[in-house]
Design a protein. Sequence first.
Length: 594
Amino acid sequence: MAKDTPYVDVQNLSKSFGALNLFSNISFSIAEGQKVGLIAKNGTGKSTLLSVLAGKEGHDTGDIIFRRDLTVGFLEQSPQFDPEESVLDACFNHHGEEEKVLKAKQVLTQLKIRDLGQPMGQLSGGQQKRVALANVLLMEPDLLILDEPTNHLDLEMIEWLEGYLARGNRTLLMVTHDRFFLDRVCSVILELDDHTIYTYRGSYSYYLEKRQERIDAKRAEIARANNLYRTELEWMRRMPQARGHKARYREEAFYELEKVAKQRMEERQLRLKAKNVYIGSKIFECQYISKAFDDVVILKDFYYNFARFEKMGIVGNNGTGKSTFIKMLLSQVQPDEGRIVIGETVRFGYFSQEGLLFDTNQKVIDVITAIADYVDLGGGRKLSASQLLQYFLFTPEQQYNYVYKLSGGERRKLYLCTVLMRNPNFLVLDEPTNDLDIVTLQILEEYLQDFPGCVIVVSHDRYFMDKVVDHLLVFKGQGEVKDFPGNYTQYREWAAMESNNTSSSSKSNNISQPRETHRHDDRRRMSYKEKREFEQLEREIAALEEEQHALEEQLCSGTLSVEELTEKSKRLPILKEELDEKSMRWLELSEIED
């Protein structure tokens, strides 16, 4: 088979569940080396499409053609394991080969899985997802299909996975809500919208721009069709039933026009700006609280006075105590020492990682009206239960569906609506972005930006944090908490500067201090050959960086042919790998004394 044959060629694929049509006659292909992100609203078939491509589910019509002998690795959203099997056996069929076992240990360590003999049944759902991720990475398949790979990963792990997937000529199709991750890893975006697939050959930022252009063009087409439709409708009403050939042709054209005119574009709702939320000046005060579980210190003599209208983000690696701090604030867990004083006017709205257990035989609208019929927005404005659901993209038809028909992401969104319907003045959101689609995240971001009360967000979603919070508590582990006035990106920039300053200071101190006369200085000087190599590397790195910049601009331009896109998409990962290798060698040489 020819080398330029796509890894996967999907032709006119359709899939329905009963009356629910997920996608119809969709076609796309994935070439070798392409990194593709799949975007769609909850409940429209993202996970189902991945399952169909991985051979886990069937499809109604169409063809999926794989390149001969292609190996596929699939990370499911909720993987299942034998509870008696050990971590090492579950994640990798190593057959006792020492080299493979060593590689498995390295990847598992990066994903914070350290007890390789532990039975899988003793691991949490998040840990099992990480073992499944390790499994699929260790397979080193030709094509990686990943469903929400960043769920249950902390920021350190996400950044490691980002670098791992971006390097080399890996071919990838994934669903993720992490927009930073999409932007840094993927060079092609597929959007599943209204049962149809749209392809955008560029990064997530490029996709946002081109998607808006597509929506604006579609709205203009519908508006033109509506204007013409009114004229043609009058003609249809005037014409007698017996029509000539020309009239019949115009009648057929009328029905085609009617289809276009009656299309409905999803209009974004007006921003929900509540004015009727009152919260007093006293919010909460952590008065020198301490908390530990055995040898694991969560907080040590921690003091914090929360300000009115503050929007705080909490970040840190898994196991550093973020969720425990939230539960202490909500009086679900008691501190070992100290106390938390809550203001009298505070009404918490808590969105937990665990979610809500629904009566699945209830209708969606009944779940919300059981809490309240409406939310008072102030100024004489009210938001009904149905309007709140519609604001978060539950159509009127979906509102009268039973809960058991909802996808996992739609149930998560319904849970969010139950929290907001109680009209709290202090929102506490623990990993709110897990399983929510990108469109819902954008709506939630706007809601929180306009929210007139207080907000605490625990999240690993860097993009979401940057949009919502203006202050961070960084949990570093063993009771160390950094109070930082800014968003996540600003914190990372500050931390990088601090790290560089510390490194420079350390080198400066080492130089200024006299060497011990009784120790042999074994630091060698750069050889002539190494000097020449060092100078050559500087020139090559500059040239490669220039080529990379030009290549990325070309890929995002939208002017390349399919052949040019394929060729340049293959070149980009090779270029990045070469740049990494040369930069690493440059660093090694720079450590040698000149």
